[in-house]
Ligand binder design. Structure first.
Ligand code: URA
Length: 232
């Protein structure tokens, strides 16, 4: 990271204020004064301002139980956003990991660590997500097989990747569906492809991270170190 950016991130100074501090010789890298704002620094470098150590803030990771009615965006003119549910400083630094539709509930991850976010959302990683889906019609064995093998979504050229499916009620109207892709409205479109529609959609799991059952809709908590490092 550039020295001026690092000073800004660590202290809250603006980019210009950081550059002024650097130019006036107040900043040192490993005890050697640096007057170059664009000098690259590594995580191991010890940076000081006025001989006091400055630290980058620790990355933040949260799981939120998203309620219906909130949009997965940082701003919206018509609806509250999921970030409105977080009582945290510098909310504008937080990124929403993937999206849930406004009416979808359940597990949403939020972080300011862009690389971690990318590891979950990058299509090449095929991170798995499990949804509890309530269907309008009872699911037949044949339709279940189609969902498991892959279905053609309206307007797309390739079928969906194989999915895991478990029935969770005796009427066959509720399933747990595990998919490894994140296409636009994927679950609703998969269910439409077999001639039914979704009554409610709730995400329970992303990779090894399961929604904490003690979180009520709208509540959130920090991820544990084990949960954070489970995403590699
Ligand atoms: N698939 C959908 O259709 N909607 C969501 O919110 C998530 C997955």
């Amino acid at each position: 990271m550039r020295l001026d950016k690092r000073i800004g991130h660590s202290t809250g100074l603006s980019r210009q204020e950081s550059q002024r501090a650097i130019r006036s010789g107040r900043v040192a890298i490993n005890q050697i004064i640096s007057k170059k704002a664009d000098q690259q620094t590594t995580e191991e470098d010890e940076i000081t301002l006025d001989a006091k150590s400055v630290q980058l803030p620790k990355p933040r990771y949260y799981m939120l139980h998203k309620p219906a009615g909130y949009v997965s965006a940082s701003t919206d003119s018509d609806h509250p956003t999921v970030l409105d549910l977080l009582d945290e400083p510098e909310r504008h630094h937080l990124q929403i990991v993937g999206r849930l539709d406004i009416d979808t509930t359940g597990l949403l991850l939020i972080t300011d660590d862009g690389q971690w976010n990318h590891r979950i959302t990058s299509p090449s990683r095929q991170c798995i997500k499990t949804y509890r889906v309530t269907l309008h019609d009872a699911l037949t064995e044949d339709a279940a097989k189609q969902l498991q093998n892959g279905v053609m979504l309206h307007g797309e050229k390739k079928p969906t990747k194989p999915a895991e499916l478990k029935f969770t009620d005796s009427q066959n109207t509720q399933i747990l569906l595990t998919i490894s892709e994140g296409r636009y409205h994927q679950v609703k479109r998969m269910i439409a492809a077999i001639g039914s529609h979704v009554i409610s959609l709730h995400r329970e799991k992303i990779d090894a991270i399961t929604l904490d059952a003690s979180l009520l809709p709208g509540q959130y908590r920090e991820l544990t170190e084990t949960e954070v490092s489970s995403i590699r």
